[in-house]
Design a protein around this ligand. Structure first.
Ligand code: XMP
Length: 525
C-alpha cells in the first residue's frame, strides 16, 4: 500500500474558461495538494462524489452581468468548505451572493497593479512587496468589469487604482474573492497566497509529493495488473519513458516495451533510447528496425496529412504484430497525461479548443483487446518530469524538446526519402549540439532543422555548388498553441550555418525561420 493517501485532501477547481486555469491547478499541486479541474456546469453528483476540501473558482472571458453567463452551481455555494474566487470567479461570487458587479466604462485594468492591503486577511497577512509602512502587493490584473459592492458578511481587504474592491473576505464563512490572478508569476506572492489557501484555510495536509505519487502509482499498478503482462510503446519521449521507468519499478519483468525505429528519428536516438532503458535500467525493450518498411510505404507520398496517416497506420501495424508475439499480454500502457484528459473532456463537451487529431499519431485503435493502464493520467508535465528524476531518468532526457510522432517525416517537405533523412539528421544534430554547447537549448521551447528539397547555387573555393537548403527553426512558447521565433544571437546562427555548409556536402544554404505561430505552425508540415 502507498505510504500516504495522496487523494485524501482534494481541491476542486471550477473552470470558467480562463486562459490560466491550468496554472491554478499547477500551483495547488506545487503546494502539495491534489486537485482536479472541472467545467463550471458539472453535475451536482460529480460535486458530491468529488467531496472537495476546498473550491477555487477560475477566471473567465465572460461578463457575469450578461444573461446566460456561466454560474457557480448552487451545490457549490451550499458546501461548508472554503471557496476562493479568482477574477471572474470573484465576480460570480459577488453577483450570486447579493453584491454588485459593474460593467467597465473604458477603465479595464490589464497588467501590473499595486494592491493596498486594507484589512486583515489570512491570504495576505504579513506579505508585502513594498518598503512602505502599509502592506502593498504587486499583482497581475486582467479584467473589464469590476466589483461595485460586496455581499453581506464580506469585508474589503484589498484595493487597487482601478479596482477599489480588489480583494474581499468573509472569514467566518470561509469565502474569499480576489480580482487579480495569483497563479501567474507576475503576482509576486501569488504562489504563497494559493499555498495558504489550500494548506491553512482548507487545512489540507500536503501529501501530494513526488515520492508519494510514485509509491501510489507503483501500488496501484501492482494491484491492477496482478500477474498479467503489460506492453508499452516506448517512443523515447518524456511521457512514455517515465511510464516505462514507473512500471518497471512496479512490475519488473512483466513489462515489455516495444521501440519502433521508423528511420525518422534524430541522429543516434534509437541507440540512446536502447542504451538508457535496456542496457542501464534493465527494462525489457524490443527494438523493431522498420526503416525499410516505412521508407517504402512513404515512396511517392507528398501530402503532409497523407504522410502522417501512412506513418501512424504503419506504426500501429508493427506494434500489433509485436503484441501478437508476446503471449499472455493483457494490458497496454499509455503515457496519457492530465492535460490530455482535460482537453479531450473539454473538446467532447465543446467547451474548449479541440486538440489536433494529427497529434495522436501512434495512438492505438479502439478495438484492441488489451486493457488500458495509464499511470500518468493525473499528472501535469512538470510533475511527470519531477517523478522521472526520482525514478532515475537523466535530466537531459526529461527536459528535452518535444519531438512529433511522425518524426523527421514532417520535417522533410514533400516526399520522404532515406537520403534526405540522412542529410537532415546531420544538420539537425549540428544545430541541437550547438544550442547545448552555447547553453541556449533550455532557453527555447523547441528547436529543429527542416529539409527543403530545392536546390540553390553556392560557391566553394573556385567551384560552384548546386545543393539543398535547410531551414533552422527555434521557438519560444508556453503552450505550443502560439509561439514566436526565438531571437537567437546572429553570431550563433552564423556559426551553425557555417558548420552545416562546411560539413554536409549536400547543403549549400541555411535559412532561419522567423515566423510566429499563428500564422505559421511550429512544424513546417
Ligand atoms: P504545430 O506544428 O501544430 O505543432 O504548431 C505544435 C506542437 O505539436 C507537435 N506536433 C506533433 N506531435 N504528432 C505529434 O506527436 C504530430 O503529427 C505533430 N505535429 C506537430 C509539434 O512538434 C509542436 O510541439
Amino acid at each position: 500500500m502507498a505510504s500516504q493517501d495522496i487523494h485524501h485532501d482534494r481541491i476542486l477547481i471550477i473552470d470558467f474558461g480562463g486562459q490560466t486555469t491550468q496554472l491554478i491547478a499547477r500551483r495547488v499541486r506545487e503546494a502539495g495538494v491534489y486537485c482536479e479541474i472541472h467545467p463550471w456546469d458539472l453535475t451536482a453528483e460529480s460535486i458530491t462524489e468529488f467531496d472537495p476540501s476546498g473550491v477555487i473558482l477560475s477566471g473567465g472571458p465572460e461578463s457575469v452581468i450578461e444573461n446566460n453567463s456561466p454560474k457557480i452551481a448552487d451545490e457549490i455555494l451550499k458546501l461548508s468548505v472554503p471557496i476562493l474566487g479568482i477574477c471572474y470567479g470573484m465576480q460570480a461570487l459577488v453577483h450570486q451572493l447579493g453584491g454588485q458587479v459593474e460593467a467597465h466604462r473604458g477603465e479595464s485594468e490589464f497588467g501590473y497593479a499595486l494592491m493596498d492591503v486594507t484589512d486583515a486577511c489570512s491570504l495576505f497577512d504579513g506579505l508585502s512587496d513594498s518598503e512602505s509602512a502599509n502592506a502593498q502587493l504587486d499583482v497581475w490584473m486582467s479584467h473589464g468589469d469590476r466589483v461595485a459592492s460586496i455581499p453581506e458578511g464580506f469585508r474589503t481587504v484589498g484595493t487597487s487604482e482601478n479596482a477599489p474592491i480588489a480583494a474581499m473576505a468573509n472569514a467566518e464563512a470561509m469565502r474569499f474573492g480576489i480580482q487579480f490572478h495569483p497563479e501567474v508569476t507576475h503576482t509576486k506572492q501569488g504562489a504563497v497566497m494559493l499555498q495558504r489557501f489550500v494548506l491553512e484555510v482548507c487545512n489540507c495536509a500536503g501529501n501530494w509529493t513526488p515520492g508519494n505519487i510514485i509509491d501510489n502509482a507503483v501500488a496501484s499498478a501492482q494491484q491492477l495488473v496482478g500477474d498479467e503482462r503489460v506492453l508499452l510503446g516506448l517512443s523515447g519521449g518524456v511521457d512514455s519513458s517515465v511510464v516505462a521507468a514507473l512500471l518497471h519499478k512496479a512490475i519488473g519483468t512483466q513489462l515489455t516495451c516495444v521501440f519502433v525505429d521508423h528511420g525518422l528519428l534524430r541522429l543516434n536516438e534509437g541507440d540512446q533510447v536502447m542504451q538508457l532503458f535496456a542496457d542501464n535500467m534493465g527494462v525489457h525493450v524490443i527494438r523493431v528496425n522498420a526503416e525499410a518498411r516505412f521508407m517504402s510505404a512513404l515512396e511517392g507520398v507528398t501530402d503532409p496529412e497523407a504522410k502522417r496517416k501512412v506513418i501512424g497506420n504503419l506504426f500501429i501495424e508493427v506494434f500489433e504484430e509485436e503484441a501478437a508475439k508476446l503471449e499472455g499480454t493483457a494490458w497496454l500502457a499509455q503515457g496519457t497525461i492530465y492535460p490530455d484528459v482535460i482537453e479531450s473532456a473539454a473538446s467532447s463537451t465543446g467547451s474548449a479548443h479541440l486538440i489536433k487529431s494529427h497529434h495522436n499519431v501512434g495512438g492505438l485503435p479502439e478495438h484492441m483487446a488489451l486493457k488500458l493502464i495509464e499511470p500518468l493520467r493525473e499528472l501535469f508535465k512538470d510533475e511527470v518530469r519531477r517523478i522521472g528524476v526520482d525514478l532515475g531518468l537523466p535530466p537531459n532526457m526529461l527536459y528535452r524538446h518535444p519531438f512529433p510522432g511522425p518524426g523527421l517525416g514532417v520535417r522533410i517537405l514533400g516526399e520522404v526519402r532515406r537520403d534526405y533523412a540522412n542529410i537532415l539528421r546531420q544538420a539537425d544534430d549540428i544545430f541541437i549540439q550547438a544550442l547545448r554547447a552555447h547553453d541556449l537549448y533550455d532557453t527555447v521551447s523547441q528547436a529543429f532543422a527542416v529539409f527543403l528539397p530545392v536546390k540553390s547555387v553556392g560557391v566553394t573555393g573556385d567551384g560552384r555548388r548546386y545543393d539543398y537548403v535547410v531551414a533552422l527553426r527555434a521557438v519560444e512558447t508556453i503552450d505550443f498553441m502560439t509561439a514566436r521565433a526565438a531571437h537567437l544571437p546572429h553570431e550563433f546562427l552564423d556559426e551553425v550555418s557555417r558548420t552545416i555548409c562546411n560539413s554536409i556536402p549536400n547543403i549549400s544554404r541555411v535559412t532561419y525561420d522567423i515566423s510566429s505561430k499563428p500564422p505559421a505552425t511550429i512544424e513546417w508540415e
